[in-house]
Design a protein around this ligand. Structure first.
Ligand SMILES: [Zn+2]
Ligand SMILES: [Zn+2]
Length: 107
């Protein structure tokens, strides 16, 4: 037995080198839509060079547009909710004031 990593053909550069399984370190997406890395059914076995290149590429990849849209939507929904609640509170205060004024005034 040796603790040497498996030597085989790299899935990217096709050189025989010690290989490591590439695993995307994110499998959670807001939309449930997975990105290029999460969507692979089998992650490639890569040599260290290709592995680092892949990691770089993953880190530099722009976020999934649907994911970003979902995040934006969520933030906007929360802000909107706060606005609606504030508005309702203001409306209620107005209604209460009118009701109080109506009660006070003789019929
Ligand atoms: Zn390689
Ligand atoms: Zn992903």
């Amino acid at each position: 037995m040796s603790d040497q990593p498996l030597e085989a053909r790299c899935d990217h550069c096709k050189q025989t080198r010690p290989l490591f399984l590439y695993e995307a370190d994110h499998d959670f997406h807001l939309t449930g839509i997975t990105c290029e890395w999460c969507a692979r059914d089998k992650q490639p076995l890569l040599c260290t060079r290709c592995w680092s290149a892949e990691k770089q590429r993953e880190e530099n990849a722009p976020g999934n547009p649907d994911d970003n849209a979902a995040a934006d939507f969520f933030v906007r929904a929360v802000q909107n909710n706060a606005r609606i609640l504030a508005r309702r509170k203001a409306d209620k205060a107005t209604c209460d004031a009118i009701a109080a004024a109506t009660e006070e005034s003789p019929r």
